[in-house]
Design a protein around this ligand. Structure first.
Ligand SMILES: [Zn+2]
Length: 343
């Protein structure tokens, strides 16, 4: 880390501050882990906070959305930014997000879509095959700009559920407008990840689904068995020294493996129901005659309720087929004509 002299070079002095654009040009290349380390240097903390807020501002601006109004909408509805846009926020420079994925809790989709209508977005006709943890899916396009937003409605009261069914841990990052979260920082910032594989993966997805990550230089493990043994901890347990790097580990959002940083200069709280989200990843093992799958399991708890979700077929209930179909078409959809499978 820099010493005091270096810090002065970095931020300048009161009389000769380093211009904000210069600082931004340096900071915009740093990952969330780097920003977290930089923030421990106390004079840099407000600069880091302001920069992360700017990062969200510029991302939303690139999708023609106003920063504060959109953050207020995310807070009011309990929604989050996920997918490649969230990855670009925590790990800049790897991939430019082509579209913006917003995830909202069950029942909040109308509020999110209505807001996007006020921002010049409209819903064209698209067909999707929706899968685990997703109740409905709408893709909206900007009326005049080449910008598209996908609104993913969770089957649960937490918008995070579909994110935990992502194909790999590299996509398990999100931004609720006020904080940035990376759920697998130990691996993500070393360009590594774990697959989160369901038994139906090959039936639902093209073979190339995993290849794009390899081209980006990201190393994804099919099975954490390749990097550590599970013998000492028990067959279905994670070894304690591999916390945050094991498919079998039962994780909770906000646990000590989670890396979370504020990206808001305003501290306003939401009055939404607090949910606790816990999960383990899906994985498979070769046995002598067949492949044994363990499903991804997610538990969503509030103070009064507890819901369990899995990517096993019998858990695919409660899909709102009509709302993922064209918005003006009320016939029930069928999955086999889908152009895209999600997640
Ligand atoms: Zn493991």
């Amino acid at each position: 880390m820099p010493n005091i002299l270096d810090r002065k070079r970095f931020i300048g002095s009161r009389l000769n501050p380093v211009p904000e654009e210069t600082l931004y040009a340096v900071l915009r290349t740093l990952s969330l882990r780097d920003m977290h380390a930089l923030r421990t240097q106390r004079p840099l903390a407000p600069i880091v906070d302001r920069h992360l807020s700017q990062r969200v501002h510029y991302l939303l601006e690139s999708f023609h959305l106003p920063h504060m109004d959109t953050v207020d909408m995310l807070t009011a509805t309990g929604s989050i930014i996920g997918g490649s846009a969230a990855l670009a926020l925590v790990y800049p420079g790897l991939r430019t997000p082509r579209d913006l994925n917003l995830y909202c809790p069950r029942g909040a989709v109308d509020a999110v879509v209505s807001y996007l209508f006020t921002q010049q977005f409209d819903a064209p006709k698209h067909y999707f095959n929706i899968n685990n943890g997703v109740r409905s899916l709408n893709r909206l396009k900007h009326l005049t700009k080449p910008s598209s937003i996908t609104v993913v409605e969770s089957m649960a009261l937490s918008a995070l559920l579909p994110v935990l069914f992502s194909h790999n841990t590299f996509l398990m990052n999100y931004c609720d407008g006020r904080t940035l979260t990376c759920l697998y920082p130990e691996m993500t910032f070393d360009a590594k990840g774990l697959h989160n594989r369901s038994e139906d993966f090959d039936r639902l997805h093209k073979m190339t689904a995993a290849l794009k990550w390899e081209r980006l230089g990201v190393s994804l493990s099919w099975n954490c068995d390749a990097t550590h043994s599970h013998e000492t901890a028990g067959e279905n347990e994670s070894p304690p020294d591999r916390s945050g790097e094991c498919q079998r580990e039962f994780r909770t959002d906000g646990d000590r493996q989670t890396l979370r940083m504020s990206c808001s200069e305003q501290r306003r709280s939401s009055n939404r129901t607090e949910t606790t989200v816990s999960w383990n990843l899906g994985y498979f093992k070769w046995s002598t005659t067949r492949v044994e799958y363990t499903d991804t399991r997610v538990k969503i708890s509030t103070t009064t309720t507890e819901e369990l979700y899995s990517n096993r077929k019998e858990f695919r209930r409660g899909l709102d087929w009509r709302s993922y179909w064209e918005r003006d078409q009320m016939d029930d959809g069928e999955t086999d004509i889908a152009k895209t499978s999600f997640p």
